[in-house]
Design a protein around this ligand. Structure first.
Ligand code: PHE
Length: 461
């Protein structure tokens, strides 16, 4: 617990016992943005947006992020920073034993999401490497089928897990923070550069129009609304304790409110700009039909096909695109493994190195199931990446709004700028009265869709 800090002159960070802290403010922000920005921004977002009514979806999504996502992120940040503990311990400290299962749900979600996330990340590594060595394939559909599951998929999945474990093992400042400080600016530059290049393509206007065409009819579609909410949680890494865990390494003087807005804004911008790359490229080559065929179709079939047809420039751009995806994937994977690792450290007193390796290996082994079957991958995504996050988000909003032993407003006000202190009551109102009912409705639809997915899975396999 907090002891007087053995501080150096000018170091006003309060002590958090032996817990490591982020080295710099930007270190934390970029690590959190790194967690948020990932495959979700490029793989899931553009697909769901195009399917869910273009600009109409964007509007629903922005409202979800502002009214649900940011308040929920503030809940996670407040709980993490207040306790300086990973999710299970934090919920036990602030809520008592009854809330421990919610912490376990978070850890389970982190475990399961990383298990298939790593398989998809492996594909991006494979494409980046392939682009560099051989160029992109001329029959992208068959090509993808060949590499999505089985031997190659397993190989790249394992490589990705080894890298993730290697960084998490090293610790917060030297591992996760350093990786984020190098990788995130690189990713921003690549995505921005690609968007500028995409503006020059011939199909750009049609691509934007397809992406942003407002289909207001979709606003009434409960599936679209559920998907917008679930996508907001997934993309902002909420509902499973990733932000909570990262905030547990924060000192007391950071303005959580400001950070939550920065992180959410950055995450949205990357997703939005990534769409400004994906659609012009697809339309430049008239590949739009392939987009709606599957979630993976746009990214791993249409795009490589388009890059191939564009010749030398396409190859160069394609390599950059898949490198950016791989970078986004790894910084997100770090946070997924960190939730599990830090829980094992806090709960069982493991050394970081041992915890990261032991859990990473278990996750990698479980991920083999997703690496051999796309059906399993889809099912685990539906259950953990959608249902668990919604359930976790519901639990957390009820906990922070109604049951937590410390007043969340006090924690949010600590270190906050005066202007932002004034919005805290509004945030708390949302957390108490708006989040639980809205997320509960979303949960009902998520349960229904997960149920259907199970049915389809067992009927099909
Ligand atoms: N936010 C990440 C993405 O968009 C995925 C993720 C979910 C990471 C939950 C951590 C926790 O790809």
């Amino acid at each position: 617990m907090d002891q007087p800090s053995p501080s150096l002159p000018g170091d006003d960070r309060p002590s958090t016992g032996s817990r490591e802290l982020w080295g710099t403010r930007w270190g934390f922000v970029l690590a959190a943005v790194g967690s948020a920005v990932g495959l979700g921004n490029m793989w899931r977002f553009s697909y769901i947006a195009a399917e869910g009514g273009g600009a109409a979806f964007l509007m629903v999504y922005i409202v979800m992020v502002a009214l649900i996502g940011i308040p929920l992120m503030l809940c996670e940040l407040a709980v993490g920073r207040n306790t300086h503990l990973s999710p299970i311990g934090a919920l036990r400290r602030l809520g008592g034993r009854g809330w421990v299962p919610l912490g376990f749900l978070f850890v389970a979600a982190g475990f399961l999401i990383l298990s298939y996330y790593s398989v998809i990340a492996g594909w991006t590594f494979r494409y980046a490497l392939e682009g560099i060595v051989f160029g992109f394939p001329s029959d992208p559909g068959a090509h993808f089928e060949g590499l999505a599951s089985g031997g190659t998929a397993i190989g790249f999945h394992l490589v990705f897990m080894v890298l993730t474990i290697g960084i998490v093992m090293v610790g917060i400042q030297k591992g996760i923070e350093r990786a984020a400080l190098i990788l995130m600016p690189t990713l921003f530059l690549i995505v921005l550069g690609l968007a500028i290049w995409a503006m020059t393509l011939e199909g750009a206007a049609e691509g934007y129009a397809f992406y942003l065409r407002p289909d207001v009819g979709e606003l009434m579609n409960p599936t679209v609304i559920r998907q917008a909410a679930a996508q907001a949680f997934f993309s902002l890494s909420l509902g499973m304790g990733a932000m909570l865990t990262y905030a547990s390494y924060l000192s007391r003087d950071t303005d959580l409110n400001e950070e939550a807005v920065t992180i959410s804004f950055a995450d949205f911008m990357v997703a939005f700009v990534a769409g400004m790359v994906v659609f012009p490229v697809i339309f430049a080559l008239g590949l739009q039909d392939a987009v709606s065929e599957s979630t993976v179709g746009a990214l791993f079939i249409s795009l490589p096909g388009a890059f191939q047809e564009m010749g030398g420039v396409g190859r160069f751009v394609g390599i950059l695109f898949f490198v950016a995806l791989a970078v986004g994937a790894i910084t997100s994977a770090l946070s997924l493994l960190e939730v599990v690792t830090s829980s094992i450290i806090d709960e069982f007193g493991f050394l970081r190195r041992n915890a990261a390796v032991a859990m990473g290996v278990l996750i990698a082994l479980f991920g083999l199931l997703s690496a051999v079957s796309l059906d399993v991958l889809g099912l685990v995504d539906q259950v953990a990446g959608d249902l668990f996050l919604v359930l976790g988000a519901l639990g957390l909003s009820i906990f922070v709004g109604w049951f937590m032993k410390v007043n969340p407003a006090t924690e949010l006000a600590r270190g906050a700028r005066p202007g932002l202190v004034r919005v805290i009551p509004a945030v708390l109102f949302l957390v108490r009265f708006v989040l639980p009912p809205v997320i509960a409705v979303v949960l009902l639809f998520s349960i229904r869709d997960a149920w259907d997915a199970f049915g389809a899975f067992f009927a099909g396999g």
